[in-house]
Each structure stands twice: as C-alpha cells, then as structure tokens.
Design a protein around this ligand. Structure first.
Ligand SMILES: [Zn+2]
Length: 104
C-alpha cells in the first residue's frame, strides 16, 4: 500500500534535487519521489512519470509545449513497511513513525 504525501511549494532545482536525494537515500526501499513542474505556457501542473527521475526539460501533456525546468516540487510516495518507518526518517518527514500499512 502506498501513501502519497504532497510536499510544499516549488523549490529551485538545486535545492529540490538535494532534498529529494536525501529523502530517497534515507527511505531506500520504501520512499519514491515523483517530480512535478509547472508548464510555463499554459500553467498546468505536470508530473514526470518515472520515480526518482528528473529531467531538465518537460513536455506538457496539456498543450504539448516544452518547458525548461528551473524549479519544481515532488510528490513523495511511501510504500510503508509493516510496523512503520524508521523513526529518524519519520521525524525528517514530519510523519507519525508508527503509521504503518493497513490503517484507515
Ligand atoms: Zn502546457
């Protein structure tokens, strides 16, 4: 079971990559990020389809135009292990470490 976590607003690319890297490393095996960006042509929100992958350019699914990615955000997807996530990882993410799969 996965849990999606929307992260706060867009960050400059360097900061975004640094942050995502940290999350992916600490959450090896159960944390994935999907990078998001906003089309400069039509303003629609786009998400790259591949987990943990970020490209310098994105083609908008709405208008077909190309955007140079200079900032963006990501959605964090947790494949939560039974018994919850490691405490320090949970603390970093600001989630309940006892929050496991199969609840709610
Ligand atoms: Zn567009």
């Amino acid at each position: 079971m996965s849990k999606n976590r929307e992260t706060p607003g867009d960050l400059p690319l360097s900061e975004l990559v640094e942050k995502a890297d940290e999350v992916i490393k600490m959450g090896r095996g159960f944390a994935k990020v999907y990078f998001e960006w906003t089309c400069v042509h039509c303003g629609s929100r786009q998400t790259f389809p591949e987990a943990n992958a970020l490209w310098m350019w994105g083609i908008c699914e709405e208008c077909g135009e190309t955007t140079s990615i200079t900032k963006g955000g990501y959605t964090l997807v947790l494949d939560m292990p039974a018994g919850g996530v490691p405490r320090e990882f949970a603390t970093m993410l600001g989630i309940d470490p006892n929050e496991g799969i199969g609840r709610g």
